[in-house]
Design a protein around this ligand. Sequence first.
Ligand code: EPZ
Length: 417
Amino acid sequence: MEKYKIIGSHPLSGEIKVSGAKNAALKILAASVLSKDTCQINNIPQIEDIKRMTEILESLGAKLLWHDSTLTIDPSGITKSIPDQQLIKKLRSSIVLAGPLLARFGEVTMSHPGGCIIGKRPIDLFLSGFKALGAEIFDHGESFTLKAKKLTGAKIVLPKVSVTVTESLMMTACLAQGTTTIINSAMEPEIPALAQYLNKCGAKITGAGTPQIIIEGVDGLSAGIYELMPDRIEACSFVMMGLATGSKIKVTDCRPEHLETVLAILKNAGADLEIGPDYITTKTSYLRGTEIQTHEYPGFPTDLQAPFTVLMTQANGRSLIHETIFDGRLFYTDKLNAMGADIIMCDPHRVIVSGKTKLNGKKLESPDLRAGMALIIAGLCAEGETTIDNIYQIERGYENIVPRLRAIGAKIEKIKD
Ligand code: EPZ
């Protein structure tokens, strides 16, 4: 098995360019099945989650053509709506394909995506939303089938804010008859970007990016060119990496306007940042412990909680980290304690970090995607050698991360066990 080997305590320097947004790319790939026309997506990151999603689309009969980071998808050859269930099981977020396949073909069978280490990840809100749009649900235990001769618009009130449920129902409702209103919808920037593309293809969506989205159903959609936005989570992970290692690095090709809350919190904690229109530069800073709670957009993103917690081990004083979204997203902190951090878990949703602590290199295993990035940051801060196993979890979401970090001076390499 391959692993990362990091020699820490070396400041970084230089510029690092942010890749296209994983969580936007996965949904636009799903949206491609809504039309028979060929679409083109630019700036797609070459990461494992994208590879899994493209394998699923090809298993359905779509024709895909890569040219550097541009992907052209011809969905006209899709003749079935039952994806390869083994492929589905490899990608939890493949659930976002269910709605578009149901809308285009009137039927879809998917495996239950199952939970993961960060939480149970139920799909009850997906199913109740599809039912509200007129779908019949047949549960087969391991998998489920949705059927709808025709979908009709409905008023859907989400009891919980959910990013992928909002996106799925928005996509599905585009081809329903009549008007759909989604109330309590998520507002992440990837959602208005998806709506803007769908509207360019003939959809009639208003309110995306607000808590209420209205979709007027249409008979069909064309396809077009979609420019993927930079990954805000990757961008700010690099910012936190620069701050934690006391480095001056310039994170380029990013959208600081998508990170207002986090950047304000970092500055309040003492971070010395230069923020331009499409870049963020970190400088050596005297960081103070601070209190955060994760929250749906525009609040502090749960996907930045782990990198931030590592950063707070290098801040002076106490921090309270309150993870409100997922019930299993703080357990990686025991690995940081093994490196020398001083983190107390109050309950599965809250930890108290006491800094500043010296970290020592350790043999680690990446529990999930974002905690994996946090462990890389911890390794770069630590004295000595850190190895990180289970790097597939990291390569699910961070493109060519080793060469990109080496280019800013990180002593990191991929080695075979
Ligand atoms: C999206 O996941 C992202 N994934 C996650 O990023 C991100 O952490 C999350 O949004 C929150 O921002 C993708 O976009 C592919 P949710 P999603 O539904 O949509 C509960 C990463 O690292 N819920 O907004 O699955 C759920 O359990 C990933 O890139 C239900 O109860 O998250 C959670 O407590 C990790 N029933 C809450 O909603 C449902 O049917 C919010 O999760 C669906 C969700």
